[in-house]
Design a protein. Structure first.
Length: 683
């Protein structure tokens, strides 16, 4: 008997699709149609062969036993998660019919709701945007993660631009501000560790003593929402001690005299009282930053999720301009690098805003979806939302003030379609759940907001079950809606290959899976910011001077509220989750074990609470049950409600967003998740 040949082993180049600054290049080993291994590309400088714990187990997601592999139609009440399988033709015909009926009355009564379940240019807003533009649906302002910081960078630098990731390895001081890099920016951390081995000092600024803060030389545990005050205090000391680059300020900063006067009002003692730290910590931070070359700041989005988050980002972004840190390629700041990609992305060709014609639909802010789903028609709001199509997001779990979000999605008169891999909290409320492909089953193209490379993702295996890519689903819906424009016939592969302009070497992109953008190593060594004047802006016509803006909910701004709810709560992601993604991967959920809230021993003692006790965390908006962890990760006066668990996996069917509110940030109209007062008590 002759031997049977084993299936051929292939290595496919792919890209991590998730909402993370690392945007890793991956190599997927496939035997036949089986995923054997998912690993980082060792040749891609930012990835250098390593993947995080979450994505290294990506095969578990593709072949998860609970994956949705056929279209599902609701047969029970909204939210019960009761469905029956149906064929694609039945599902698409019914969805198209209902959307057409609604659009015939008010196209804006249809709302797309999506975010960064994939960051891909094709499976994100490529064909989907074409579909909704052609329909004339309401537009969605996608603010839920980074809009405050993004607008702040736009106002200050003229775009979302910053340092090259790899150059942090050469810095002599790295300030890690509002970031748990080990959990949410692992590849930056490897460069920070290299700098540390070469003698660099690492300082973490964060209300929580994170895994990252533990491994830095110093941790400054300020109160949530006081980062802008700390930045002003550092400026005060830079001025007082003349740790300034006067030439850089004169030639490359607009509005410096006014900023100087404002900073001089923030002596270390005032800052200490506002931030809940010591005056010596303010002075020491300024001394380190003002006297060390090259000095770099890795800012992340945690600190902008408060009322004054945008102003705080502006103030921090101006610090490297005061010291001339931008003169060095290992100096400056990085919050987002996505602006570097703007010039090479064929966004208009991918998303086709021209399909709107002369229509100007209203815009709905995704962060106020709880209120907006409960609104009736009005001249100010427009038509009541009658249909929501959700893709790449799980709003019932991740949007703020989830009691209102849940009530909105439970409306029997709301037609809801969800494109998903699993029956998430949001999918449980759908009229139809459509099975979507995962990253290893489709084409896509990617940029990054944490480094300066673009990437191509090729499918490694065939779609499981009856799953279809997001683009294919919208392509099929477009056909049933009678949209005959040629762009709706573009294949996923063609869209991925056309995602970038000719400045990207497509042959290199295809061969390696990635391409480094041709950018200066020290982009602002001689100014040249992408502002109208080429200068960084502290103040200019139409651009006000930044200032510290206190939280909505604090002892100063809301003393009566603080008397009832004296603990500030932040809700950073659990280490092994990414927002609500990966919560259903059992191996990762087993590591996290259960929903928890961290509290300082002094605050626990004052409430007669003990470690491991099941408690209620509450305010006027809701009640959340979880397990208490009494430890030094929490600073006095602050509790850390780690998220974002699916609600149905929580103790009382809720998660930490039961407690957050829908008020928006000073810039960018983003959610103020970490601007939240609560109390903790025994059940």
């Amino acid at each position: 008997m002759s031997a049977v040949a084993s299936p051929a082993v292939r290595i496919v180049r792919a890209a991590c699709p998730h909402d993370c600054p690392d945007t890793c290049a991956m190599r997927v080993t496939v035997e036949g149609d089986k995923i054997v291994r998912v690993q980082g590309d060792p040749e891609h400088p930012p990835t250098h062969g390593a993947l995080c714990t979450k994505v290294s187990r990506y095969a578990e997601r593709v072949d998860h036993p609970e994956r949705v592999l056929t279209p599902l139609k609701r047969v029970g009440p909204k939210g019960a998660g009761q469905f029956q399988p149906v064929g694609w033709d039945e599902a698409l015909d019914d969805i198209a019919k209902k959307l057409a009926e609604i659009a015939a009355r008010h196209p804006e009564a249809v709302l797309p709701y999506s975010y960064a379940g994939t960051m891909g240019l094709v499976q994100g807003e490529g064909m989907a945007a074409r579909f909704f533009h052609r329909l004339g649906a309401s537009l969605l302002n996608r603010t839920i993660c980074a809009a405050a910081g993004g607008e702040a960078l736009q106002m200050t630098y003229g775009g979302k631009v910053g340092m090259h990731l790899e150059h942090f390895a050469e810095s002599q001081l790295i300030v890690i501000w509002g970031s748990n890099s080990i959990a949410s920016n692992l590849h930056f951390w490897t460069f920070a560790q290299a700098a540390k081995r070469n003698g660099a000092k690492l300082i973490a600024i964060d209300p929580r003593k994170t895994e990252t803060a533990e491994k830095c030389h110093q941790h400054i545990a300020l109160m949530p929402g006081t980062d802008g005050a700390l930045a002003l205090g550092v400026m005060h000391e830079l001025i007082a001690n003349d740790w300034l680059d006067h030439d850089y300020l004169e030639r490359h900063v607009e509005g410096w005299p006014a900023l100087r006067e404002r900073a001089l009002q923030w002596a270390p003692e005032r800052v200490a009282a506002e931030c809940g730290i010591t005056a010596d910590e303010v002075r020491g931070l300024a001394r380190d930053y003002g006297t060390t070359r090259p000095a770099a700041i890795r800012l992340n989005y945690g600190m902008q999720r408060v009322r004054g988050g945008g102003n705080a980002v502006r103030l921090i972004a101006l610090l490297p301009c005061l010291t001339g840190a931008w003169r060095h390629r290992a100096g400056g700041m990085l919050l987002s690098a996505s602006g570097w990609n703007k010039a090479v992305k064929n966004t208009a060709a991918l998303e086709r805003p021209d399909l709107l014609g002369g229509r100007r639909p209203r815009t709905i802010n995704m962060s106020t979806i709880g209120d907006d789903l409960l609104r009736e028609s009005s001249p100010a709001f427009g038509p009541k939302i009658e249909a929501v199509v959700v893709y790449n997001s799980n709003p019932v779990a991740v949007a703020p003030e989830s009691p209102k979000v849940t009530a909105g999605f439970r409306r029997e008169d709301l037609f809801t379609v969800v494109l998903e891999h699993f029956l998430t909290d949001t999918a449980d409320h759908a009229d139809y759940v459509l099975p979507a492909t995962t990253q290893l089953e489709h084409w896509d193209a990617h940029t990054s907001y944490g480094h300066t490379y673009v990437l191509l993702n090729e499918p490694a295996v065939a779609p499981r079950g009856q799953a279809k890519s997001n683009s294919e689903i919208f392509r099929l819906l477009a056909a049933r809606m009678g949209f005959t424009e040629p762009c709706f016939a573009d294949s996923d592969e063609a869209m991925a290959r056309a995602a970038f302009d000719d400045s990207v070497d497509r042959e290199q992109l295809r061969r390696h899976g990635w391409f480094k953008l041709p950018l200066p190593e020290a982009p602002f060594a001689e100014g040249g910011f992408p502002t109208p004047s080429g200068r960084a802006i502290a103040q200019a016509p139409g651009v006000p001077l930044p200032d510290h803006v206190p939280n909505y909910e604090s002892r100063v701004t809301a003393p009566a509220l603080a008397a009832r709810y004296p603990l500030a709560m932040i809700s950073p992601p659990a280490r092994h989750f990414l927002n609500s993604t990966f919560v259903n991967v059992k191996s990762l959920r087993d590591i996290e074990a259960e929903p928890i809230v961290e509290i300082h021993p002094d605050d626990a003692a004052a409430r007669q609470l003990s470690d491991g006790q099941v408690v209620k965390v509450f305010n006027d908006r809701g009640l959340y049950h979880c397990t208490l962890r009494v430890n030094q990760r929490a600073r006095p006066g602050v509790v850390n409600g780690l998220g974002v668990w699916w609600r149905k996996l929580g103790r009382n069917g809720t998660n930490v967003n039961e407690l957050t509110h829908q008020q928006l940030t000073d810039l960018g109209e983003a959610p103020a998740f970490y601007d939240c007062l609560v109390e903790v008590a025994a059940l």
